[in-house]
Design a binder for this molecule. Structure first.
Ligand code: BG6
Length: 475
């Protein structure tokens, strides 16, 4: 029995546009960088990337799970699940198909109006990510994506359009999904550029930090604008918390883990929450010969554009250390070393509920800002047996993580929202597979696009409904 979740705690679930919507070229939508990612290459986490949309290639995002046509019924199911909040993202290319237009696409704007109205009907609070890995393909081709400073203007215009149009309908915004994943060499999604794939020689720290800086400035300008347009707007950062424990108590391992935490996790949070680069960044840039091009006004922009809340994704933890022979772990954008004390999912992601408590305490000690956990969940190959999905393993995973949120609340950490990944099954980011399922609602579709798209409530659906219903007292 837990009794410490605040009355207004936002119990929710999450998705992203390119992973659920489909309708990739309907309603005036343009192609995003997601729309040229095919299926998995030889079953790996890497996807078959084409230069443009080719007629004979299967692209999982093109149909997604057809939320575009089915959103009313999906949102009705979310209400049945009892969601108080729904974290979703807007597809930039529905609003500005090429990213460069002067006028926004009315049909795209209208689609999200309809989605927000439908959510309002059931008192479900939207938490909206402005960019979740699906920047316009045209901006990638014409401008090379985020390493180019011109992206800032396009993005800010897009934000201004959203803040103005959805004023009063949306109050919680996230500027960039997992902004710190730009530092992991996997960049078509994070950097929005087609010119910088994993193997490219251009995929350097220099370029990644430049792209990240441009996103920091874009985010800070968006925050200022969002506050100006509606003082009730709450705008947050979103960090993929890549928690890496020292592999051993060797002092070298401890220091290595600290440095990793500083650069991979803290740097982005510090800039977005505190409004300036942290001191350790200077040393890192010097040691690695990174020279970021900044304009004189950037310092002031970052300072004035600090966020109202901190949000994070948390799936697993890894280890880091000097012993190169230690076995590696799996992940989508994140990798590390095996922790002998942890079990892993069938995709090799190490399950670590206690690590969530460590992360929440760590983040709150540093920033004292309200925290939203906007992604957490277990990807598994669920099986339908006699029309049912008995996903006890998912219940177990979520239950243990919620327990640690409850412990963190007891520790005095201000957690205000929990939106597990994902509301319904969707196209997985790594490998573009459907087989790796996260949802409370099963969707009948396979890796080749076959299936009826029928929705089935999993066992975890009923379990989570009760968690929400009892405000976390029964988990
Ligand atoms: C997060 C992303 O990194 O991980 C999501 O924000 C993604 O978009 C989620 O789906 C799970 O990763 P994957 O590769 O298993 O889908």
């Amino acid at each position: 029995m837990e009794k410490n979740f605040p009355e207004n705690f936002l119990w929710g679930a999450a998705t992203s546009s390119a992973q659920i919507e489909g309708g990739w070229n309907e309603g005036g939508k343009g192609a995003s960088v997601m729309d040229i990612l095919g299926g998995s290459i030889n079953g790996s986490v890497f996807r078959n990337q084409t230069k443009e949309v080719m007629p004979d290639v299967f692209y999982p995002s093109h149909v997604g799970v057809d939320f575009y046509h089915n959103f009313k019924e999906d949102i009705r199911m979310f209400s049945e699940l009892g969601l108080k909040a729904y974290r979703m993202s807007i597809a930039w290319t529905r609003i500005f198909p090429n990213g460069t237009e002067h006028t926004a696409n009315e049909e795209g704007l209208k689609f999200y109006d309809d989605v927000f109205d439908e959510l309002a009907k059931y008192n479900i609070e939207p938490i909206v990510t402005i960019l979740h890995y699906d920047a316009p393909l045209n901006l990638a081709n014409e401008f090379g994506g985020w390493p180019n400073r011109k992206m800032i203007d396009f993005y800010v215009k897009y934000c201004e359009t959203l803040f103005t149009r959805y004023k009063g309908k949306v109050r919680n915004w996230i500027t960039f999904n997992e902004i710190n994943c730009l530092l992991v060499p996997f960049s078509i999604l994070t950097a929005g550029t087609v010119n910088m794939d994993l193997k490219s020689e251009d995929n350097t720290d220099q370029l990644r930090f430049q792209a990240l800086h441009n996103q920091f400035v874009a985010s800070a300008l968006a925050v200022q604008l969002g506050h100006k347009i509606d003082k009730d707007n709450k705008i947050g950062c979103m960090i993929a918390y890549m928690c890496n424990y020292p592999l051993t108590c060797r002092p070298e391992d401890i220091l290595m883990a600290q440095k990793e935490d500083q650069i991979k996790n803290m740097l982005s949070g510090d800039v977005q929450v505190r409004g300036a680069y942290p001191r350790f960044a200077k040393r890192y840039f010097k040691d690695n010969n990174i020279k970021i091009e900044m304009l004189p006004e950037d310092d002031e922009i970052l300072k004035k554009g600090t966020v109202d809340f901190y949000s994070l994704s948390y799936y697993m933890t890894n280890c880091i250390g000097t012993d190169e022979t230690q076995e590696k772990t799996a992940g989508n954008l994140v990798y590390g070393m095996k922790n002998p004390y942890l079990e892993a999912t069938e995709w090799g992601w190490q399950i670590d509920p206690l690590g969530l408590r460590w992360v929440l305490n760590n983040v709150y000690d540093r920033y004292q800002l309200p925290i939203m956990i906007v992604e957490n969940g277990m990807g598994t190959a669920d099986v339908v047996e006699n029309g049912e999905i008995n996903d006890d393993y998912r219940i177990d995973y979520l239950q243990k993580h919620i327990k640690q949120i409850s412990e963190s609340l007891e520790d005095g950490v201000e957690v205000i929202a929990y939106t597990p990944w994902s509301a319904l099954d969707l196209v997985s980011l790594s490998g573009g597979t459907m087989k790796k399922r996260y949802g409370f609602i099963y969707v009948d579709k396979d890796d080749h696009g076959e299936g009826t798209l029928k929705r089935i409530k999993k066992k975890s659906f009923y379990w989570y409904r009760n968690v929400i219903d009892t405000n976390g007292e029964e988990i």
